[in-house]
Design a protein around this ligand. Structure first.
Ligand code: PEP
Ligand code: CO
Length: 456
């Protein structure tokens, strides 16, 4: 099955030829580089650097995602809204990896299902913005578009897009990915370390609940070991890197033809998604990502209609290849129960099986009177439960969640059992972009999703 799809794809001249066709289309959300020649020379340099991921890994991931689309696995995708260069420290990376590993354990144990672990990490540096400019106290400057484009400081120098940041983005992604690989291949992620991932986080009810679960896992492992099982396999975990495929001058040069298959792969990460603001059918992003072999995600907001979803399927997954296409829905807590079922029903009628993933973050933003961008934990929960309900009612598979989180004890989202309130946001608000779930809120959400998965 996969082999014949492989052949069908390879035989399709659309796929390899025209890798630069996007240049003749409108590419939204690209920075106005002040010096186009500088941007071109940085892009050329990026065309020569080693790839960050190997095409073979990308193919394995596609296979894993196909399982999740069938309902036999679950995708956990999480990380910062916007990674920063300064934030790529050992401690921050370790805390994020630990948080994702903990959530994965909660999900695997609660749902008895393999969990695909994927970071919004090692490349999540470019941000789409609703406005090109930002005004503060009468001064207007270009909006912050992520560290790979310009700086967050509100000065003209910092906000001017600087192409050399793309090289820094590449190197920061490389060192982040290197540490992730070391953690996940070198024994740190061994399931026998399940307790140690909880150490160093502040005590709270979610951590205590996790400890209880870790004890049960420990006991089960010790029993199996005593019974002679070989747990060498537990030493290493697969961990995939993903980010929004947004900045074309970065993604295109990091796209390489794989010598095994002769096909183009974006090698800046394993999985790329097209954002809500750049998924125009006739736009540059959809065209470009339609021609690469990586599994591709598309964000779907509440205004998505069935016809445009079907057109996206046709364009991005013409061969209906298992694992190729993921729809990441971000409808909003009050809309998902109306907006999602018709889309699910349409795929069922068409007999196509994309992977359905819930992003319960991006449809639930709000700004407090004190000026903080935040989200209510309750809204996040309401959207996730709405996602599961919609799938139960139509008979499709809820295949994953996509969350903005950090392993740190920040105070950016309201609520959770810590009951962070509007005043509390001031305590530790660090995000340069969207508010993230903190460590405790992330674990709480994992327990909730595990319960939903257990109900299926
Ligand atoms: C994001 O994932 O950070 C994002 C910008 O999402 P969306 O495209 O869904 O708005
Ligand atoms: Co975001």
């Amino acid at each position: 099955m996969v082999e014949s799809t492989e052949q069908a794809v390879a035989a399709d001249p659309h796929v390899v030829a025209g890798l630069d066709h996007w240049r003749s289309l409108e590419a939204h959300q690209q920075p106005p580089w002040p010096d186009a020649q500088h941007a071109a020379s940085v892009s050329a340099e990026l065309g020569e650097v080693p790839p960050l991921v190997f095409a073979g890994e990308v193919d394995i991931l596609r296979d894993r995602l196909a399982r999740a689309a069938r309902g036999d696995a679950f995708l956990l995708q999480g990380g910062d809204c916007a990674e920063t260069f300064a934030g790529a420290t050992a401690e921050a990376i370790r805390n994020r990896v630990k948080t994702i590993l903990q959530m994965a354990v909660v999900l695997t144990y609660g749902a008895s299902m393999p969990v695909i672990k994927m970071g919004r990490m090692a490349g999540q540096f470019a941000k789409p913005r609703s406005s090109d400019y930002e005004t503060r106290e009468g001064v207007t400057l270009p909006a912050y578009r992520g560290d790979i484009v310009n700086g967050f400081d509100f000065t003209e120098g910092s906000r001017t897009p600087d192409p050399s940041r793309m090289l820094q983005g590449y190197h920061t992604a490389a060192s982040t990915l290197n540490l992730i690989r070391a953690f996940t291949q070198g024994g740190f992620a061994d399931l026998r370390m399940v307790h140690s991932w909880n150490r160093g986080f502040a005590e709270n009810p979610a951590n205590a609940r996790y400890e209880g679960l870790a004890k049960e896992i420990d006991r089960a492992i010790r029993f199996m070991e005593a019974a002679g099982a070989d747990f060498e396999e537990l030493k290493r975990v697969e961990f995939y890197a993903s980010h929004e495929g947004l900045l074309m001058d970065y993604e295109r040069p990091l796209t390489r033809i794989d010598s095994r298959t002769g096909m183009p792969y974006v090698t800046s990460g394993h999985f790329l998604w097209i954002g809500e603001r750049t998924r125009q059918l006739d736009g540059a992003h959809v065209d470009f990502f339609s021609r690469v072999r990586n599994p591709i995600g598309v964000k779907l907001g509440p205004t998505t209609d069935v016809a445009s979803m079907e057109a996206l399927i046709e364009k991005l997954d013409p061969h209906r290849e298992p694992g190729r296409l993921t729809f990441i829905t971000r409808m909003g807590a009050d809309k998902i129960r109306d907006a999602l079922p018709p889309l699910l029903q349409a795929t069922k009628d068409l007999e196509v099986q994309p992977l359905w993933v819930s992003d319960p973050m991006h449809g639930n933003g709000m700004t407090t009177q004190t000026g903080y961008k935040t989200r209510r934990f309750d809204d996040v929960v309401t959207e996730v439960t709405g996602f599961f309900e919609a799938h139960r009612s139509v008979g499709t598979h809820p295949g994953g969640i996509h969350v903005e989180l950090t392993g740190d004890d920040v105070t950016e989202c309201l609520g959770g059992s810590q009951r962070i309130d509007e005043l509390g946001l001031e305590t530790r608000y660090e995000s340069l972009c969207d508010p993230r779930l903190n460590h405790q809120q992330s674990l709480e959400l994992a327990f909730l999703v595990a319960e939903e998965l257990g109900r299926r």
